[in-house]
Design a binder for this molecule. Structure first.
Ligand SMILES: [Zn+2]
Ligand SMILES: [Zn+2]
Length: 380
């Protein structure tokens, strides 16, 4: 089926009930409470990363930031965590959150705080990407929460919606595993080096940067399209991917939910394909940034007019339809970057006047991380 919309289907509006009891407000203590615990947790993680950089930071990422300059940011984070934590006691609301934030910050101070000396780091092949997690979480929360508040699709949808904690856990684990994923990708690459063609790679590197980026996007999109489609259409693989589809509320954090097996396969295949293409490092950096931002944006509770871009690129509305449990949308919109391959292979479903009314899987999955981790194995 390759349709703009299904003429036999009665599209409905999604209903999002207001949930004042879950709103983040200053007066109800939720804003200072969560700010305190958020900054306290990140500060403690950052101090640990400064103390044990070879185990808790990522070699490639370390080259991209100034660890000493970031200690200034850490300093503000720690003092603000204490400030917000104390505020919960002044307000006499959400004191538990405030106390937890203060406790984590005090431990961070006791471990050396923002004065841990920064020196050369002995690189380890496998480490936990705590630095990647902190920077990505801080950046994403600020940027995407603001965007979702400014241009929401569903204004009534709260930040602390159902299962946000589960998706936050996925976000953390996915980022911590970055060096293991890279190691797996490199392992695949070393086994397929014989396929690589020096003359093809040289020819590609001699083309303009923008063209290299376009080629990277199209090659990755082709690989991701078929990987994604196979996960949907091969019965034994679907339970792994069903985890990603079990989210029933879409926002920037929801896209983090994915089974670890699928993450390794997906990233590994893309790394291999892009390596074989052999574009320049500059083009790869642009592609990786584009892909990472797009992956978050397309899950967001975001309603902006993309203009003619929506005929070209995967946008939130397009990918939200992929997450819909409504009949005409099942097994459609597999593409990750452009809508090209869905158009080409007959899986395009994009009724532009409508958004889905329901998200999720038709069969309910377990609601815990471990339940979802073992779900594909139990079903066998
Ligand atoms: Zn899917
Ligand atoms: Zn998705």
């Amino acid at each position: 089926m390759n349709t703009e919309h299904d003429t036999n289907y009665q599209y409905r509006e999604r209903v999002v009930e207001p949930r004042p009891e879950k709103e983040l407000r200053f007066r109800n203590g939720r804003i200072p409470g969560y700010f305190s615990i958020f900054l306290g947790g990140l500060s403690l993680a950052a101090v640990l990363a400064y103390l044990f950089p070879s185990y808790l930071t990522t070699t490639d990422l370390r080259a991209a930031y100034d660890a000493e300059a970031l200690q200034d940011v850490l300093k503000y984070g720690m003092w603000f965590s204490l400030f917000f934590g104390i505020t919960t006691f002044v307000l006499d609301r959400r004191k538990r959150l405030g106390a937890a934030g203060i406790a984590m910050t005090l431990i961070a101070f006791a471990l050396g705080g923002y004065n841990v000396p920064v020196g050369p780091v002995e690189p380890k092949p496998l480490s936990l990407g705590v630095d990647w997690l902190i920077l990505a979480f801080l950046g994403s929360t600020i940027v995407f929460t603001s965007l979702e508040k400014l241009f929401p699709k569903y204004r009534e949808q709260v930040i602390l919606r159902d299962e946000w904690g589960l998706d936050f856990l996925y976000f953390c684990l996915n980022h911590l595993l970055i060096s293991a994923v890279l190691l797996f990708g490199n392992f695949l690459v070393t086994h397929f080096e014989w396929v690589a063609s020096d003359s093809l790679q040289a020819a590609i590197q001699s083309t303009p940067l923008w063209l290299q980026v376009v080629m990277l996007i199209l090659v990755a999109d082709f690989v991701l399209y078929w990987e994604h489609r196979v996960f949907h259409e091969v019965r034994r693989l679907w339970p792994f991917h069903a985890v990603h589809h079990s989210v029933e509320t879409m926002d920037w954090l929801a896209g983090s939910r994915a089974h670890v097996v699928q993450i390794f396969i997906e990233r590994g295949l893309v790394m291999l394909a892009l390596y074989l293409l052999g574009a320049s490092k500059e083009a790869l950096d642009i592609y990786v940034t584009f892909a990472a931002l797009q992956a978050i944006i397309i899950h967001s509770n975001l309603n902006v007019s993309w203009g003619p871009l929506k005929y070209l690129l995967v946008t939130p509305q397009f990918h939200h339809w992929h997450h819909s449990s409504e009949k005409p949308a099942i097994d459609t919109n597999y593409s990750a970057h452009t809508v090209l391959f869905d158009r080409l292979f007959g899986t395009y479903h994009f009724p532009k006047a409508h958004w889905p009314a329901e998200y999720g899987t038709t069969q309910k999955l377990p609601g815990s991380y471990l339940g979802q981790l073992f779900y594909p194995f139990r079903r066998r």
